[in-house]
Every structure is written in structure tokens, then in C-alpha cells.
Design a protein around this ligand. Structure first.
Ligand code: PHE
Length: 458
């Protein structure tokens, strides 16, 4: 590619392509792996209700804000923040927020890839006819994987190579094409799974568990967990949405597009939850099983159903697609920076970054076994990376983005880019100026234990 071609940024081939890739980023391990066990352990419907409200009140407005900054800045998260700040006559230090996102995304990718590697391992096992007799066997199978660093490294390597391979091919030929193939596959498998959950599972119990109105179960802890999860599941604050937004054409409406993404993303999460819980209940399993829920409960359920092997294969394929399209969006922001700022060729940038992330991931694989004794503040490497990103960097960056759009960008800039007016604009702007910063500050304070320290949530 010539030097001048580097300056010409790609644009998604249509508004729908953008919606598809952004849903691809949002729907991932967060929706399918984390959402069920969080809901399972945080009061079921109470968590789901608060989560849905958070997505609408804080998630959606921030999603719009991130897409807007990306499109206005027409660059990777660092240069987009910088350009928009300078255009409005503000301090260029705001570029730093882009860095928090980029670095956070790479840190997430290092352990995301390891967890996705577990899915790869289970997919292979499902293909070779994994059968689990009882809950104990399911737990032992999962423990055996965690105790085997080599197997984890192998699967992590495979998953990361798949991710890098797509990003290296470019925005359209790689990212868009991969999403165009995988996302319809994901929707199809999910629909099949949900129908099967309705036939073979206990759908009324799942529905009740997720949607029965139980206001008394809404506690401050549930609210805070739900806000945090709304963030993670919409890929907010990590530069991913900003990077994708930078390839969006000027004609598409940001508000309408974001609405689709938030709706579809949430729907996928809810459907996955219904399918997973209806099977969980039908087979007498415990919904509050924790992070191992889908890796223990589901293979066990599959072992006891007719044609369960293929069901398992489909299910893990679904999770793999979801994780893959999200991982791609975690890698893109830094690769975009390397190609735009350092003028590196895309394949070099992608594979080079992949190598660095891979190394960190190797450490994560070891943190479950050989290095499990090496801890900092009582957290092993996996827990430390998760804590640093979801509890500190994500809320911090989300807070900064809300403040940036609400208070730093000029109103003229915002109006020009959003092309929104009347009540919708007023409501959105108000949320970014007051509600979002306040909400995020509360999550942040809770995560760091400040509220407990003050005696609020003791
Ligand atoms: N939203 C993704 C998921 O739910 C994770 C993600 C977070 C992706 C931040 C990109 C940026 O799995």
C-alpha cells in the first residue's frame, strides 16, 4: 500500500455494516459467559431489570458519544480525542483518554483470549464427543483444564491468531467481512438454541428467573454490578467503539444506529440468558454457579439430551463467534494507531501487537496454576488484569468521555456531529452532563471500596 493510501481512511460499506460490526463488538463473552452467571448470582430479575435500565440510561448515551467522537476525529482513539479537543480550542491532553482506552483494550484482550481459549477447548471436546456423568465430573473437567497450562496456551494461541489474522486483513476485507459471515451465523445458532431451550428446557422458570418483578431484591450492590456490566457488554470506554465510529460515513444517523446496536446487543444477551437458564433449570443445575456456569452446567446438560453432542458443538461455536468478533474490536484501536501514527503496515502492526498480547496471555494461563501463588494485593495476574480494566480503566475512561462531550466539546461541535434536535438531544445531553458522570462515579467509588469505607454499603 502506498503512503498516500495510508491517509485515506476506510469507510464501512454501509450503515448496516457498521451496525453489524458494532453489535459484533458488543456481543461477546460478556453477554454469553458473564451475563448469565452475574444474573444468576446477583438476584436474577433484579439484576436484569437494573441492567436494562442502565443500558438505556447510561450505556446508550455513552455509545452515541463514543461513535460521535470517533467519527468527528476520523482517527484512532488517541488522535480522534486530540483532534476534536483541538478543533474546539481545548487542551490536547485529552488524547490521554484515548490511550487509557487503547491500553485497556489490549490488557482485556490478553485474558479475554485465554477465556475464549477455554471455549475453543470445549468446542474440540464437544466435537470429539465429550460426555459428563454428573455435576462433579463437570467441575473436575473444568478444573483439569485450569490445571493444564499447556493446553490453555495452545487454545489461547489459536484464538489470538484467528483474531490477529482478521485485523491484519484490514477494516473492510478483514473486520467487516468476518462480521458479515459470523454474525448471521451467531443469530441463527442463537435462535435455534432458544427454540430448543423452549422445547427441551424449562422456559417458564427461566422467564420467571429473569423477568419476575422483585423490587426488594434490588440492592446497591446489584445496581453497581449492573452498571459495570452495561459498560462491559456495550464495549464502552475502551476505544473499540470510537475506532469503529471513525470508519462511519457522515450521512448515517448516530442516534438511530446506536439504538439498533443497543437493542440488538441486549436482545442477544436476553435470548442467550433464556436459553441457558431454561436448560440450567430443566437439568436441576444451580444458576448461581459462578464463572464456570456455562462451562460446567451446559456441557452437563448437553450430555443428557438426545443429540446433545451437536447441540454442544453449536453452542460453543456460537460463543466462539461472539468472542472472536469482540476480540477483533479490542485489537483494532492500537493497530489503527500504529498504522496511522507510526505508518506501520497493517499486517506488521497487527501481528506485532498480537505477539505482545500473546506474551501477557501466557502469563494469564500460568496464573491459574503454576503462578497462582504469585499475587499482588491478593489478586493473581488474571484477576489483576480483570480488576484493573473493568473496575478502574473502563469507568475512568467512560467518565472522561461523558465529561468530554458534556462539558469540553463545544455545543456547536456536538450539534453539528449528532444532527439531533429537540427533546431527544436535550435528554441525551443532560444525561452526559450529569447522570452519566454521577452514575459512573458511584460505580467507581464502589469498586474501590470507598463507599464501604464511608459506611454507605457496609
Ligand atoms: N463487549 C464485549 C463483550 O461483551 C467485551 C468488550 C469490552 C469488547 C470492551 C470491546 C471493548 O464480551
Amino acid at each position: 500500500m502506498s503512503q498516500t493510501a495510508n491517509f485515506q481512511r476506510s469507510t464501512w460499506s454501509s450503515r448496516w455494516a457498521f451496525i453489524l460490526v458494532t453489535i459484533g463488538s458488543a456481543v461477546g463473552l460478556g453477554n454469553i459467559w458473564k451475563f448469565p452467571y452475574m444474573a444468576g448470582s446477583q438476584g436474577g430479575s433484579a439484576f436484569v431489570l437494573v441492567y436494562l435500565v442502565c443500558v438505556l440510561l447510561i450505556g446508550l448515551p455513552l455509545l452515541m458519544a463514543e461513535i460521535m467522537i470517533g467519527r468527528r476525529g476520523r482517527g484512532n482513539p488517541v488522535s480522534a480525542m486530540l483532534k476534536v479537543a483541538e478543533e474546539g480550542g481545548r487542551c490536547s491532553g485529552w488524547g490521554l483518554v484515548g490511550w487509557v482506552g487503547i491500553v485497556g483494550a489490549l490488557l482485556i484482550l490478553s485474558f479475554y483470549s485465554v477465556v475464549a481459549g477455554w471455549i475453543v477447548d470445549y468446542l474440540f471436546k464437544a466435537l470429539s464427543g465429550l460426555r459428563l456423568e454428573n455435576a462433579e465430573a463437570a467441575a473436575n473437567r473444568f478444573k483439569a483444564l485450569l490445571a493444564d497450562p499447556l493446553q490453555m496456551m495452545l487454545c489461547h494461541t489459536l484464538f489470538l491468531a484467528l483474531t490477529v489474522g482478521v485485523v491484519a486483513r484490514g477494516v473492510i476485507a478483514g473486520i467487516e467481512v468476518a462480521n458479515r459471515i459470523m454474525m448471521p451465523g451467531l443469530f441463527l445458532i442463537l435462535a435455534l438454541l432458544t427454540v430448543w431451550g423452549g422445547i427441551a428446557g424449562d422456559m417458564p422458570a427461566a422467564w420467571d428467573f429473569m423477568f419476575a418483578f422483585k423490587p426488594e431484591a434490588i440492592t446497591p450492590a446489584v445496581i453497581l454490578a449492573a452498571v459495570g456490566h452495561a459498560f462491559f457488554s456495550l464495549s464502552l470506554g475502551m476505544g473499540a467503539i470510537m475506532a469503529y465510529g471513525s470508519y462511519l460515513d457522515r450521512q448515517s444517523s448516530i442516534a438511530g444506529t446506536s439504538l439498533w446496536v443497543a437493542l440488538a446487543g441486549t436482545l442477544v444477551g436476553v435470548l442467550a440468558g433464556l436459553a441457558i437458564f431454561s436448560l440450567t433449570f430443566a437439568y436441576g443445575l444451580e444458576p448461581a454457579a459462578g464463572p464456570g456456569l456455562i462451562l460446567q452446567a451446559l456441557p452437563l446438560a448437553f450430555s443428557h439430551m438426545p443429540g446433545g453432542q451437536w447441540f454442544g458443538v453449536f453452542f460453543f461455536l456460537l460463543v466462539l463467534f461472539a468472542a472472536w468478533t469482540s476480540a477483533i474490536s479490542l485489537l483494532e484501536p492500537f493497530v489503527a494507531w500504529l498504522t496511522e501514527r507510526m505508518r506501520l503496515r497493517r499486517p506488521v502492526a497487527a501481528w506485532g501487537t498480537g505477539l505482545a498480547v500473546w506474551w501477557l496471555g501466557i502469563g494469564v494461563c500460568l496464573s491459574f496454576n503454576r503462578w497462582s501463588g504469585h499475587t499482588l494485593f491478593g489478586l493473581n495476574l488474571f484477576e489483576l488484569l480483570d480488576f484493573m480494566t473493568s473496575r478502574i480503566m473502563m469507568p475512568l475512561s467512560g467518565l472522561a468521555i461523558a465529561i468530554f462531550v458534556g462539558w469540553i466539546m463545544t455545543r456547536a461541535q456536538v450539534l453539528d456531529e449528532m444532527q439531533l434536535s429537540g427533546l431527544p438531544f436535550k435528554a441525551w445531553y443532560l444525561v452526559l452532563r450529569y447522570l452519566a458522570p454521577l452514575g459512573i462515579l458511584l460505580v467507581f467509588a464502589h469498586a474501590l471500596g470507598w463507599l464501604a469505607w464511608l459506611g454507605w454499603l457496609a
